[in-house]
Design a protein around this ligand. Structure first.
Ligand code: ZN
Length: 202
């Protein structure tokens, strides 16, 4: 690194459900750093190929160039001399990302991480809980529940399947608040159990 006296390293996490605007918030922070003439690098998991191989793209089409990588270890190799490192879709990275982010922050790098806090079952996703724990600052952003208009807390999957990573978003997921999510799950369970219940009542 350059040996400047004051380069405060820190870790910022922006987490939330799908459609919560977390990538937009990541891009906003990175843009501001670019305007301040800081050297910025952005990484995302190679698995996330929804729209573009090279851009971090949010749903409103604002984008910023990024580097797709297979492993968190690559971030250390590719981010030498950076002032700011952005990481998008962090939930898909390996657990090694936690040490990588600490290492970067300890070197004086500002690390800004965006990711899904929970999967569609409401279970903490990949390295996100650990990243929230080690972060200097955590911002939780919220989508709006499509059923009732309250703040959503989870991305409910509307199609069947148990695969945890399912990209494509708009058709397969809907943001729901806790109450509407509980209702949706209860209805799904009732549908699945209907034949058994009919059998047992005979
Ligand atoms: Zn709701």
């Amino acid at each position: 690194m350059t040996g400047e006296a004051h380069r405060p390293g820190r870790i910022e996490v922006v987490c939330g459900s799908m459609f919560s605007g977390k990538t937009e918030e990541l891009i906003r922070r990175l843009r501001r750093a670019q305007f301040a003439r800081q050297k910025v690098e952005i990484f995302k998991p190679a698995i996330d190929v929804r729209y573009s191989e090279e851009d971090v793209v949010s749903h409103d089409q604002k984008h910023i160039m990024s580097t797709p990588i297979d492993s968190s270890a690559s971030i250390l190799l590719l981010s030498s001399d950076c002032d700011v490192v952005g990481i998008d879709e962090a939930q898909f990275f390996d657990m090694g990302l936690v040490d990588v982010c600490n290492e970067l922050a300890n070197r004086g790098v500002r690390v800004i991480i965006a990711g899904l806090d929970m999967d569609y079952k409401g279970i903490p996703f990949g390295p996100m809980p650990a990243l929230c724990a080690i972060a200097d600052d955590v911002t939780k952003v919220h989508a709006i529940c499509v059923k009732c208009g309250n703040l959503a807390y989870v991305s409910h999957r509307t199609v069947e399947g148990s695969q945890r990573v399912l990209l494509g978003e708009t058709q397969e997921y809907e943001p729901l608040c806790r109450e509407c999510y509980q209702k949706a799950i209860a209805e799904e369970n009732a549908r699945q159990n209907t034949p058994l219940e009919e059998k047992s009542s005979q």
